[in-house]
Design a protein around this ligand. Structure first.
Ligand code: ZN
Ligand code: ZN
Length: 256
């Protein structure tokens, strides 16, 4: 009985794997053009040129440095929490949760280099996020957008997420498309990560404990945060798509 269920799960997982988010796959449409966002352009933030904004002290899972006007974050994308995707026998392995359809990939250490503007600015319109990493969480795990390969909805992939909403793609690059539950369990308004455009991502709540209001099409708004009491444009994790960010509100940096 148990074995049968397992075989069924593996079969489904293989089907899921075929459509799994492929990172830099050249296939499929890559852009839908610019996305109109309606947030009022607001000057942000108060970072002095050459100095590391204070929010980066929260990035315990990445090596952070300054390079000209960019912040450089180097990360392996290996999570600091258990996952079935470490593989049986690994110290961080845990059994899949009920209903999880584990994919055949296993977590592999990556060499991701994110170069993001240290003083991000709001652009006149939003721009599409890429397939593959669009940002990095404070624990060094890559943040992906709301799409599976071909910019299709994540529906099937969601079944393969571990209990912290992560899974690895074909090259073993572990990532979150949805709320990073391991992080938000430590505070619903905490800093979750940063996107390539340099704007921060916070949990499901604002620092006053309220559900954020007035989120634009990119899933962000301008309000005060613990790291930016004077206010800054920032994204929020939401339970519905786009989950983390629907587009970049600023000018994206680079991933190397
Ligand atoms: Zn994925
Ligand atoms: Zn907010």
């Amino acid at each position: 009985m148990r074995q049968k269920a397992r075989i069924a799960a593996v079969t489904t997982a293989l089907a899921v794997a075929v459509t799994a988010c492929g990172g830099r796959s050249p296939a499929g449409p890559t852009t839908t053009g610019t996305t109109t966002a309606t947030a009022t352009p607001t000057p942000t933030p108060a970072a002095t040129s050459g100095s590391l904004p204070a929010m980066y002290t929260h990035f315990y899972g990445a090596t952070v440095s300054m390079e000209g006007s960019n912040v450089v974050l180097r990360a392996t994308s290996v999570p600091d929490h258990p996952s079935p995707y470490f593989g049986a026998g690994h110290a961080m392995y845990e059994a899949p949760h009920a209903g999880m359809q584990i994919n055949p990939n296993r977590i592999t250490s990556q060499s991701l280099v994110f170069r993001v503007p240290s003083s991000p600015t709001v652009a006149p319109s939003g721009s599409d996020t890429p397939m593959g990493p669009m940002g990095v969480a404070v624990n060094g795990v890559a943040l992906f957008n709301q799409y599976a390969a071909g910019r299709s909805p994540l529906d099937a992939e969601i079944l393969s997420f571990d209990r912290y909403n992560g899974h690895p793609q074909q090259q073993g690059q572990y990532h979150y498309h949805l709320e990073p539950l391991f992080l938000t369990a430590q505070g619903s308004s905490r800093l979750v990560g940063v996107l390539l455009d340099g704007f921060p991502v916070y949990g499901t709540r604002d620092m006053d404990g309220r559900t954020p209001s007035g989120l634009d099409v990119c899933n962000g708004h301008v309000a005060a945060t613990a790291d930016f009491p004077a206010g800054i444009y920032h994204y929020h994790v939401t339970s519905a798509a786009p989950y983390i960010a629907g587009c970049f509100r600023g000018n994206a940096g680079t991933l190397g």
